[in-house]
Write a protein that binds this ligand. Sequence first.
Ligand SMILES: [Fe+2]
Ligand SMILES: [Fe+2]
Length: 340
Amino acid sequence: MSLTRLTTGKYITGSTYTVVRPVLPPMRVGTSIRPFSSSSLKHIRLFLPSTETENIRKTPPAWPHPIYTDEQLKQIGISHRETRNFGDKVALSAIRTLRWGFDLVSGYRHDDAVAAHAKDPAMAKQKYSMTEEKYLIRNIFLESIAGVPGMVGGMLRHLRSLRRMRRDNGWIETLLEESYNERMHLLTFLQMAEPGFFLHLCVLGAQGVFFNAFLMAYLVNPRICHRFVGYLEEEAIITYTREISDIDAGKLPKWEKMQAPNIAVQYWNMPEGYRSVKDLLLYIRADEAKHREVNHTFANLNWKEDPNPYVSQYKDEGKPRPSKAMDGKRQNGWERQDVI
Ligand SMILES: [Fe+2]
Ligand SMILES: [Fe+2]
């Protein structure tokens, strides 16, 4: 089969030109080659087919995910680190403002819904209930934003290390790994729904604004930025906890019947029998809990000098120390005097 097609035509000036056009292979069933779509999220299909080449069998994840046990996944919960200084208050107010604005725009009004439910459950359900589709849109948008801070922090620390000709002491890798992990969350949700044109536009606009704002903020004060991410993760955990309890309450019947996409099963090493959408959300929530712990810890450290405790080896090996594993005991981060 010919892979190219020639088209000949004339310029306005009279001289001729030839265009070489690739002939696209026929579309595979169950996949979409459209760059975007404004279709509704009514049907759940598989997207993002992996690229097949002649020589490559598989491209495994750059950072293999640590194994989480079912017990660890279930001990994660909502928690809040109280503000202790002015910088913490700035970070928390920024998050509260962003959350309020986003809830308003996306029509996610949990508190209003609870209040309305107490008065008139039928009306509340009709007006406020979150469906699988609405949650997916919200998750896709938020994960596309959540992947930004780690990359910005990692990039700026990388440039600083090059510029100052000094070691970074291990922060860069953890920050890049965090952004990679957030992107895996996004890629997983994209296997469950195809975003429409408007969502693509929102992500584009939000990334343009948020990337630049976070970059500037990180140049001025990395400590407040890590606290900001810590609070952002607290909010993410609240959202995923609500999704999990909505599944438990039977409010998301489509998700009850669905299995986690393949990409997720492989990335988290999800054992057989633990591959439902609820299990998937438990894994993602646990990741957010790790980001919460890491970023609150980073915000407690001296960013200029201190080594990253998550990749350090300690002289005294008997004591509990920060690690990639999920321990669930230091949800609000480690204090500097305990790790440095
Ligand atoms: Fe995430
Ligand atoms: Fe996160």
